[in-house]
Design a protein around this ligand. Structure first.
Ligand code: ZN
Length: 611
């Protein structure tokens, strides 16, 4: 290059790049965050080119919807856009994660490495360490723009300054309402209305049908699918799970069957398929919204193979919650959750089994108890309702006992009777590891006190939470108790229980028809009333500000204590996951059983059923 040419080169404005061109030129993947460190190559995941380029400044698309499976590069394409905005098309940007906590994690991990590993970005953003750098956890300043990070659970964060670019990540995990101010997606999008050349990116793996935000957005878009040519006949088609074939539960035999010529082809064709693939709209377009759906079948060689998918499917197919996760994260499709209505009391009664209660059923290695507290204050229905469940590998469960201890829970007698169950050796060997008692209903003070006094025996106080997405059991919080007229500050603990989450899991399990992991056994003495109570709740749809909310509701005037007791016992089982290594918990519990017991079976407790 001559001196003059070099001089002119310096004056010429930077060419307008697309996001994929920018990434191919500048983006570097860190060895910390990526399995394939080094320069970014869009050719590795050709299906990402078009969604990324819709986010380029020279594209007329305003909203990009990506309903993608895990391990397809969705996250990195979002990062490429962030880099592109900072370095190439600066402007104010809002980055929304499901929660503020997740936004913090994203800032500390992904964003820091994105900036530090890519030289053109490191030049634009000062290190977070330096004072007044404009680079904080929730705000990154750069020439011509600023990136703000927040969570969909913070109305304040979503109401920030106007933003030309909005990136909402994992929107299916967003709450349906934030701080009573409505839908977080609409709240955030209002930030961009004043910008004619705005860009909004919505990404997620989908969740439950009719409740999935990303699916609703995709259905409102032009619904693009990635078409690839059959290696045998050349017919263009998008890859579907139903066309993946294998033999005799052997994942390594996985092959794809062409819909047109029915030839089966191996995964080694994948690089060629992806290279020759193209996005095609399957619905009319409004010219502003581009929607993309992509399953794990397209994951490049070396990331997630067809054999891996078959293997995942074979592991998940008999367990509804695992199958849901497979459908959502691997296939990027929504899950139809209508199974609750299919669990009938009659069908459950039919499958009762005559297993003995003198010993633990083969495979059972621990016992947890759930206690529901009814009444309080001398009413007629005063009682404790108690279910004991034995558990084995894969959460196979056996109902060992269900009974009511009649009496006022505000008086000590009923608690003394519960002591018998707390100290009982189930099957002649094992005491219950966890006895979870509901403190949310009646006699709260008594429950706190009992749990505090019996902590060493595994008794805990719990409180059910009806919100969706809560873990089965959370971290305990300290509460005051009233003992003998004195207030003892923070001397008892209460564990939050994700009742909605657990019910969804358990109703999936109740649908199992084959004993094994996840199956729930009921012994032959269980009466019809028990199953009426167990199935007393069903899922219903409620609409909040235009969004469907799924919630568990009790059938009118029905009793549901049997279900509550199972929910609490299952929460107790989940507490064990905090105490044991989850990968080896069943082996550890099993080994414990083989240790010799010193005491013989305690008597004095009669398992004659009350009903
Ligand atoms: Zn073909």
């Amino acid at each position: 290059m001559s001196w003059t040419a070099g001089f002119l080169e310096g004056l010429r404005p930077e060419p307008v790049l697309s996001v994929s061109e920018w990434a191919d030129r500048h983006r570097r993947l860190s060895s910390k965050a990526s399995a394939e460190p080094g320069p970014w190559r869009t050719s590795r995941t050709p299906y990402l080119r078009e969604p990324m380029d819709c986010l380029s400044s020279n594209s007329s698309v305003q909203r990009v919807v990506m309903m993608f499976a895990a391990q397809t590069g969705k996250t990195e394409s979002g990062s490429n856009w962030l880099g592109y905005v900072i370095a190439h098309a600066p402007g104010p940007m809002l980055l929304v994660q499901p929660t503020v906590e997740m936004a913090k994690r994203l800032s500390k991990q992904r964003l820091e490495s994105l900036i530090s590993e890519t030289p053109v970005l490191a030049e634009k953003i000062a290190p977070a360490r330096s004072r007044d750098s404009g680079n904080t956890m929730f705000a990154k300043e750069f020439p011509g723009g600023m990136m703000l990070l927040t969570g969909a659970n913070s109305a304040t964060g979503l109401r920030s300054t106007p933003c030309r670019y909005i990136f909402m990540d994992e929107i299916d995990a967003f709450p349906s309402d934030v701080d009573g101010e409505g839908d977080p997606v609409s709240l955030a999008e209002k930030r961009a209305t004043t910008f004619a050349r705005r860009k909004i990116l919505l990404t997620s793996t989908p969740t439950v049908k009719d409740f999935s935000r990303i699916e609703a957005e995709y259905l409102r878009s032009d619904q693009r699918r990635f078409y690839v040519p059959c290696p045998a006949c050349g017919e263009m088609q998008w890859l579907k799970w139903a066309q993946l074939k294998w033999q005799d539960d052997r994942p390594e035999t996985a092959a794809y069957e062409c819909e047109c010529c029915h030839e089966q082809f191996a995964e080694t064709h994948k690089p060629a398929l992806l290279r020759r693939g193209e996005w095609r709209a399957t619905a009319p377009s409004d010219g502003k919204t581009a929607g993309f759906q992509l399953s794990g079948l397209y994951s490049p060689l070396g990331w997630l193979s067809w054999a891996d998918l078959v293997d995942d499917f074979l592991r998940a197919k008999s367990d509804a919650p695992m199958l849901k996760s497979f459908v959502n994260t691997r296939l990027a499709e929504t899950w139809e959750e209508n199974y609750a209505s299919k669990v009938s009391a009659d069908a459950l009664l039919q499958r009762c089994e005559p297993y003995g209660l003198d010993s633990l059923p083969p495979g059972a290695v621990c016992v947890t108890i759930g206690v529901d507290v009814q009444g309080g204050g001398g009413s007629i229905g005063d009682r404790l309702v108690v279910s004991a469940w034995a558990w084995g590998p894969g959460e196979e469960g056996w109902l060992m006992d269900h009974q009511e201890i009649m009496g006022d829970p505000c008086r000590p007698e009923v608690w003394r009777q519960l002591d018998v169950l707390v100290l009982h050796r189930w099957g002649g060997r094992l005491r219950a590891d966890v006895i979870a008692i509901d403190s949310g209903g009646h006699a709260t003070a008594e429950v706190y006190q009992y749990a505090r006094e019996r902590k060493a025996q595994g008794v805990i106080a719990i409180k059910g939470q009806s919100q969706r997405g809560k873990p089965p059991i959370g971290k305990p919080s300290a509460v005051d108790i009233n003992a003998k007229g004195r207030t003892l500050k923070r001397s008892a603990q209460v564990y939050p229980v994700g009742a909605d989450t657990i019910k969804t899991t358990l109703f999936g399990r109740l649908r199992h028809n084959e004993p094994g992991p996840g199956y729930l056994h009921f012994h032959a003495q269980t009466g019809a009333e028990y199953f009426e109570q167990l199935t007393a709740e069903k899922q219903s749809l409620r609409y909040v500000k235009g969004f469907a909310v799924r919630e568990w509701v009790k059938k009118p005037s029905a009793r549901n204590e049997a279900l509550d007791c199972l929910v609490y016992a299952y929460a107790g089982l989940n507490l064990l996951y905090q105490r044991y290594d989850r990968r080896t918990i069943w082996e550890q519990l099993e080994r414990r059983q083989q240790a010799p017991t010193r005491e013989k079976v305690e008597s004095g407790y009669n398992f004659a059923k009350s009903w």
